[in-house]
Design a protein around this ligand. Structure first.
Ligand code: NAD
Length: 485
């Protein structure tokens, strides 16, 4: 279990350290906005130390020459340790991020599943032998990249750090995790778990500090060989520009404006339960939140009415309260940004059927609470149809037929996730094939597994994580051809 002291420092080269200049950043509980601690505010000098540590660890034989099966055993141990302290990590996540503790526990268990999955792959990163003319032998080898940087957002701090760290380690890289400034605590816990599981020093470093300064300095450091960003489109563009200067590979997991298409034959109650969960889990602060509902015109009115009724019943409260169904937004600034988005939508004629305002309960007044909103009559190509609100809001539009549904679903710059609700196999296949989305779910939403790819099309990202494909990003492919004469 982490000590209070360790939680407040960052982890570089196997040691808990302060920022070199001693600066710190406050961390808050979104349910009350009370300060719950400080973490170091790293800067360029700390970036240098972290990259030097990771680069040295990559060269040392205790990691580089380790039997990959042994690396797998360390990752398996990390999975076990995560499971063993899942309740404590979930409570820590809730205190810092705000989500209901049962959701946070789900994230933590998902992280353990991810470490388990990549533990099993560590000794299966294989090359190929390739037929070539003559008495030659040609084969490929997949080698680790070296030092990889992991820029993590604040919505799933522990789970998304684990999503990219596990395959990077399995492939033999050394890593630097940069958690979001609002939610650094659980990534520090991950560093502690790595150390307990037996990762050599310098293999997993966690550096805290502001993204614009520390994140940028990491991406532009000459010894960094690969970057994974899970974050906004705007940051994605900045990271891609910086990576272009250095010609290093980048995986970008960015935003979404995800449609759920409800056909007239859908199992309605099941679909509405899935949509409410897919829109308002994590207070809607999800890249894959189903914020755009397209309902067949024959069921549109009833869908709108039922969604508004189910949404109005959600119990809002502090994430630590076991009966809470939706917690606060992550910060005051983010709450203000969500409210601004809703106001812009309203100015274009969107009608709020429920929510979009602060709860009346005085005990919630100091936290960043917002009642979940259901919207109708927003312009089909207007602000709320195009903009990632990243908060508790869903909007509903009618569609006429499959062509109309697909055209509306694809009419944004994003292409992350999409849901289809129908009993008809043909509609399901036709629609799935025609959607511009990297992740399509049928009759369930949202759903993903560590073994299934997760990545967006169009402005939602580049590359994908999870699964066997996900580990290849963390390797470079070498072709060796030998003349045997
Ligand atoms: P963000 O882009 O502000 O920050 C993400 C991370 O990048 C943070 O650690 C931040 O400190 C760092 N960062 C910020 N500016 C940087 C820069 N110039 N250079 C390097 N690093 C920098 O995103 P956020 O607000 O933390 O998260 C919300 C966004 O993340 C939403 O758009 C959401 O859709 C997206 N997201 C995507 C996925 C996915 O898998 N596709 C998952 C979760 C969240």
């Amino acid at each position: 279990m982490a000590t209070e002291h360790a939680e407040r420092k960052m982890y570089i080269d196997g040691a808990w350290v302060d920022a070199h200049g001693g600066a710190t950043m406050a961390v808050h509980d979104p349910a009350t906005n009370a300060e719950i601690g400080h973490v170091p505010k790293g800067d360029r000098t700390d970036v240098g130390k972290a990259v030097d540590a990771a680069a040295a660890a990559f060269e040392r034989p205790d990691w580089r020459a380790m039997d990959p099966a042994q690396r797998g055993l360390i990752l398996r141990k990390m999975a076990d340790l995560i499971r063993a302290s899942a309740d404590a990590i979930a409570q820590l996540e809730t205190s810092n991020q705000g989500k209901p503790v049962k959701e946070a526990k789900g994230d933590v268990i998902y992280a353990a599943m991810t470490f388990d999955y990549y533990a099993g792959l560590a000794d299966k990163i294989e090359g190929r032998t390739i037929p070539v003319p003559g008495t030659r032998l040609a084969f490929t080898v997949r080698e680790p990249l070296g030092v990889t940087v992991h820029l993590v957002p604040w919505n799933y701090p522990f789970q998304l750090a684990s999503r990219s760290v596990a395959p990077a380690l399995a492939a033999g890289n050394t890593v630097i995790v940069k958690p979001a400034s609002w939610t650094p605590l659980s990534a520090l816990r991950l560093a502690e778990i790595g150390a307990q599981a037996g990762l050599p020093k310098g293999v997993l470093n966690v550096l805290t500090g502001p993204g614009g300064a520390v994140g940028h300095a990491l991406v532009t450091h000459k010894a960094v060989r690969g970057v994974v960003l899970t974050g906004s489109v705007e940051t994605g563009r900045e990271v891609l520009r910086a990576a272009a200067e250095r010609i290093i590979p980048v995986t970008l997991e960015l935003g979404g404006k995800n449609p759920n298409i409800l056909f007239a034959d859908a199992e309605l109650d099941k679909a509405l339960r899935g949509i409410v969960r897919g829109a308002f889990s994590n207070a809607g602060q999800m890249c894959w939140a189903c914020s755009r509902i397209l309902a067949h015109e024959s069921i549109y009115e009833s869908v709108v009415e039922k969604l508004a009724a189910a949404t109005a019943k959600l119990k809002i409260g502090p994430g630590a309260d076991a009966s809470t169904e939706m917690g606060p937004l992550v910060s005051k600034d983010h709450l203000a940004s969500v409210v601004r988005h809703l106001e812009k939508g309203k100015a274009e004629g969107a009608r709020l059927l429920t929510g979009g305002d602060r709860p009346a309960d005085a005990s919630l007044a100091s936290g960043n609470f917002l009642r979940p909103a259901v919207v109708r009559d927003a312009a089909p190509d207007g602000y709320l149809a195009r903009t990632e609100v990243f908060g508790p809001m869903l909007a509903v539009w009618p569609f006429k037929d499959l062509d109309d549904a697909v055209a509306k679903a694809n009419a944004t710059e994003f292409g992350l996730a999409a849901g289809i609700w129908t009993r008809d196999l043909k509609s399901a296949h036709d629609t799935a094939r025609r959607l511009d989305a990297g992740i399509v779910s049928v009759n369930e939403y949202p759903i993903t597994f560590p073994q299934t790819p997760f990545g967006g099309f169009k402005a939602s990202g580049l590359g994908s994580e999870q699964g066997i494909d996900g580990i290849h990003f963390y390797t470079r492919l070498k072709a060796v051809t030998m003349n045997l004469r």
